[in-house]
Design a protein around this ligand. Structure first.
Ligand SMILES: *Cc1c(COP(=O)(O)O)cnc(C)c1O
Length: 465
């Protein structure tokens, strides 16, 4: 053994040093000890390879302490990082879709901190139903007889198909066999639910007679699916919910309408295209309607099954319901979100998703004029104010875009990628989009101007390799 090993600090010396103590205080003794041991082991291995490299004992102790601290800080960094969504896609699935309204945040926080009457009837002191509070609100807002809440709309569709269609056939148009991002494919969901897919019609045209001709003793239900993320144009014929309702009535079969985005209000009021609402689908004769909580509705991730009481009850009492039920935190947030719909006049002030859609171009232009000089100074680049168009996102209103304003930073080739990376490396990462040889920062969803500006001095671009 060379001189080097005698100079190695003991584990205790490392733990007693300033960095070691700070590390223990922040991350606990056990984690610090295990990092320090690993560090000492690595140091021993280095000395075996190069016995002449004798460390200074106290410098080595402090070095190992700092190394442990840095390693545990890295491991502790959250991967659920807050970002600025300047992509121009308002309901960005990869960035978490809808932002909660303040009242929903408060309700969720209360539900996390305190016990609550979740499945408990305060009048009788007896067990109550988990979905009751929200169910009554949904019925009030949509006119549905009953409602059942689950984890997301994918779960709602799965549950409906399993509860009503298991072992028998579900009839769907070939034009509506959708795939939503993240592997939600209608044929696969049907298989998972144990119902046989009976496709009718063609990609572009499906007539009422196509459904009528397929109805037989094996038929369990008729299904209509909103083609959320594509549009079939040209020589087309879609069988409407109202037409299907007539067929379903005649055959004594349930009609399910998967709306995807659950719109409860007429969006044309805020300058968007009018999207069929849940109320429309029910009025047209759908027996059950399924939709999401975190798309156009602007609430937490959730799935709704609303409509005829006997069918909703069949879903609610199916074993899958228990596996996909909503947790108390999201139920609380959902109740608070739905309550906002009682006052449509103030919805755009209170619901961040709608506020983002409703934001006027002049407002955004003024914001861009305030931000452009700060962004130019921080990046050392030219910043233009450009007209652009925002998208709705999450497969809602696929072709609909809204005029918006972006900061545009021209950059050629690989330069644009590096620029985009540099924005994503800011303390609160800024996620923009690349378009036509420029990085675009669409300002529609910028909700905290001060925080955006305050972090700009940290901007740094790495030299090209
Ligand atoms: C988005 C969507 C779904 C899936 O909803 P999630 O809430 O994302 O699970 C199902 N069907 C349609 C038509 C959709 O648009």
């Amino acid at each position: 053994m060379g001189q080097g090993f005698a100079n190695l600090p003991s584990v205790d010396e490392v733990l007693r040093g300033p960095a070691g103590q700070l590390c223990s205080a922040r991350f606990g003794h056990a984690a610090t000890l295990s990092e320090v041991r690993a560090g000492l082991e690595a140091l021993r291995a280095r000395l075996r390879a190069d016995p002449a490299a004798a460390p200074d004992r106290s410098a080595a102790a402090e070095g190992l302490g700092r190394q442990a601290l840095a390693a545990l800080e890295r491991a502790d960094a959250s991967r659920m990082v807050r970002v600025f969504n300047l992509t121009g896609t308002v309901l960005h699935t990869n960035l978490g879709r809808a932002i909660y309204a303040d009242s929903a945040v408060e309700a969720a926080t209360r539900a996390m901190r305190h016990p609550l009457a979740l499945e408990y009837d305060l009048e009788s002191g007896r067990r109550g139903q988990r979905d009751d509070a929200v169910q009554q609100l949904v019925s009030e807002l949509t006119g549905a007889e009953d409602a059942c809440l689950v984890n997301n709309n994918a779960a709602a569709v799965l549950l409906v198909l399993a509860a009503l269609g298991q072992g028998r056939e579900t009839i769907v148009s070939r034009g509506e066999l959708i795939e939503i991002g993240g592997s939600f494919r209608m044929p696969a969901i049907m298989e998972a639910a144990g119902t046989r897919l009976r496709e009718v019609g063609t990609t572009n045209r499906t007539h009422p007679q196509d459904y009528a001709g397929a109805i037989g003793p094996q038929t369990a239900l008729l299904m209509k699916v909103h083609t959320s993320n594509y549009l079939i144009q040209g020589f087309t014929r879609e069988t409407t919910t109202a037409e299907l309702a007539l067929l379903a009535r005649e055959a004594g079969l349930p009609l399910v309408d998967d709306l995807g985005s659950g719109t409860l209000v007429d969006l044309s009021r805020w300058g968007l295209a009018r999207e069929r609402t849940v109320q429309d689908a029910l009025r047209d004769g759908a027996d059950l309607v399924t939709f999401s909580g975190d798309k156009l509705l602007g609430g937490p991730q959730a799935g709704f099954i609303v409509g005829r009481r006997d069918l909703v009850r069949a879903c609610a009492s199916h074993p899958i319901k228990r596996a996909v039920r909503l947790d108390k935190v999201r139920l609380a947030a959902l109740e608070a979100t739905l309550k906002l719909y009682r006052d449509p006049d103030r919805l755009a002030e209170r619901l961040p998703t709608l506020a983002a859609f409703a934001r006027g171009v002049e407002d955004l232009r003024a914001l861009a004029a305030r931000l452009a000089p700060a962004v130019a100074a921080a990046t050392g680049r030219a910043v233009e104010i450009a007209e652009t168009r925002s998208q709705i996102g999450s497969g809602a209103l696929p072709l609909e875009t809204i005029p918006s304003i972006a900061l545009c930073l021209p950059a050629a080739g690989g330069e644009a990628d590096r620029l985009a990376v540099a924005f994503r490396r800011l303390p609160i990462p800024v996620v923009g989009r690349l378009e036509g040889g420029a990085v675009l920062l669409d300002l529609r969803c910028l909700d905290d101007e001060d925080a955006f500006v305050a972090q700009l001095p940290a901007f740094g671009m790495e030299a090209p390799c």
